[in-house]
Design a protein around this ligand. Sequence first.
Ligand SMILES: Cc1cc2nc3c(=O)[nH]c(=O)nc-3n(C[C@H](O)[C@H](O)[C@H](O)COP(=O)(O)OP(=O)(O)OC[C@H]3O[C@@H](n4cnc5c(N)ncnc54)[C@H](O)[C@@H]3O)c2cc1C
Length: 388
Amino acid sequence: MANTTTPHITIVGAGLGGLTLARILQVNGIGVTLYEADAARNARPSQGGTLDLHPESGQWAMHQARLEREFLAIARPEGQSFRLLTKDGDVLRDEVAGEEEMDRPEVDRSALRDVLMDSVDPDSIVWGKHLKQVRPLEDGRHELHFSDGSTAQCDTLVGADGAWSHVRPLLTDATPSYTGVSFIELGIPDTDHAHPEISAFVGYGTLYVFADDKGIMPQRNGDGRIRIYVAFRCDEDWLTTASGIPFDQPAQAREAIRGYFADWAPQLQELILRSDDVILPRPIYMLPIGLTWQPTPGVTLLGDAAHLMSPFAGEGANLAMRDAAELALAIVAADGDFTTATAAYEKALFPRSTELAQESADNLDLSVSPDGSRQFDALMRRYEAAGQ
Ligand SMILES: Cc1cc2nc3c(=O)[nH]c(=O)nc-3n(C[C@H](O)[C@H](O)[C@H](O)COP(=O)(O)OP(=O)(O)OC[C@H]3O[C@@H](n4cnc5c(N)ncnc54)[C@H](O)[C@@H]3O)c2cc1C
C-alpha cells in the first residue's frame, strides 16, 4: 500500500536486479529490506560467467547507482573481442576490441555482484530466507512465508527472485517453459599458462560456433578461466537421459560430449577434452513472450522474474539492472507512492521486455540451427547494413 511519508520497499532476491534496486533506493534515502535465499554472501561457489554491459541498460543503471568508477575498475573492454567460426574452423569473423572501446565492455558477473553488494547497507540484506509463498492480507499488505518457517509482512513487494519466482504467482499464472535448447557448462582454468594454444584460439573475448543444431561458445573470464557453453537442440531431459553423458564421471562425460562433435574441427574438440571436472547440464527456459499482468497494488516484478528469456540476446542481466534503475527512479519521482511508481514502471517494462524476448527467441532459432554460424554472420551483416 502506498506510503508517501516513510516508504520502505521489500525486495525478494539479491541478484543483480535486486541489488541494483536496493542500491539506488538507498542512495535516494529510501529504506529497503532484501530477503535472499542463499545462506550467506559467498554461499554459492560460482556466480556465473562474464557479461557485456550495454550503455542504455547495465551501464546506465550503474550510473544511476553512482557506481561508475567502480564499474570502470572491473570492466574489460578487450573482452568485447569476438570470433565466429564454422564447424570446420573457418573464420567468418575475427573482431579484436581495443582497450579504449567502451561500448559494451565485459565484466565478470561475480565482480559486478561484489561491487553492488559492497554498495548496499549490509544490515538491509537478510540471508537464508528462501521465499516459499506470499499471502495477500485483507489490508492490502502481503505476508511472506519462508522455508525456515518464519514469516514477514510488508507494504510493498518487489519480486527480483529470478526465473522461478515465488512472487510472480501474485500477478500471473505464467511459468517458464523449455526453449528446446540445453547447454552444458564446461571450463578450462588458467588457460593462458596451462593451454596457451587454446588461449590464442579463443582470443580475448568470446568465440561462437554453430552448426548441426548444436553450438560451442567459449568465453574468456577475468580470472583466466575459459568458460564454455556447449548447446544442443534437444528434448528437455535428453542431456540427463538419452544422451548417455555420465555427468558424475567427468572423464567419460568429456569423451561422450566430444563424440557429438566428432566431425568438428580438432581445436573445437580440444576445448571439450581439456575442460576440468565442472560439467553442468543447463536446460534453457523462457517466459511467454509479451507477458503482462494487471496492475496490482503493492507488488511488482523485475528481471528474470518478469521476463525470463534465453541468453541469445545477451540482455537478461542488462534488463534486470535497467528494470531496477527505472523502478527505483519511479519510486523516488512518486515520492514513495508505490502504486503510481509501478504504473509508470510497468508501462515501459512491458514493450521493452517483449521486444527483447522476441529478439532472444529469434536469435536462438537462428543460431542453434543446421547452419547457425553462417546464419549468425548474415544477421550481423544485416545489422551492419542498418547501421546498428
Ligand atoms: C548460460 C547463461 C548465460 C547468460 N549470459 C548473459 C549475458 O551474457 N548477458 C546478460 O545480460 N544476461 C545473461 N544471462 C541472463 C542473466 O543471467 C539473467 O537474466 C540475470 O541474472 C537476471 O537477474 P535477476 O536479478 O533478475 O535474477 P537472478 O540473477 O537469478 O537473481 C535472483 C536472486 O534471487 C534469489 N532467489 C531465487 N529464488 C528465491 C526465493 N524463493 N527466495 C529468496 N530468494 C530467491 C537467488 O538466489 C538470486 O540471488 C545468461 C543466463 C544464462 C542462463
